[in-house]
Write a protein that binds this ligand. Structure first.
Ligand code: H2B
Length: 96
């Protein structure tokens, strides 16, 4: 079943309420970069996010170098942003 994309107004409201996320240039994803004390802290965070993502069946695109994690959220099944990205971003914010 197709997943509905957020309207521009829904997207803007979500961005205003989230902390540290910005809209990717093409408007189809949101991004956040995080820094941790070291690799152990970064990977511990990624593990917690991975468990939540698997439970929600909604998975991040991400890039990790040592203590940095850059996260991109988009919904492949919607070819853009959906409520699932906002829910995962909220869950991530709560884990930081
Ligand atoms: N994650 C993300 N980010 N977008 C999706 O559209 C998506 C997903 N779809 N995880 C899920 C898995 C889908 O492929 C499975 C079959 O439910």
């Amino acid at each position: 079943m197709p997943i509905p994309r957020l309207t521009d107004a829904e997207r803007d409201a979500a961005l205003a309420e989230l902390s540290g996320w910005s809209l990717r240039e093409d408007g189809l994803a949101i991004e956040r970069e995080l820094r941790f004390a070291d690799f152990n802290a970064a990977f511990g965070f990624m593990t917690r996010v991975a468990l939540a993502a698997e439970k929600a069946d909604h998975h991040p695109e991400w890039f990790n170098v040592y203590n940095r994690v850059r996260i991109t959220l988009t919904t492949h099944d919607a070819a853009g942003l959906s409520a699932r990205d906002v829910a995962l971003a909220r869950a991530i914010d709560a884990m930081v």
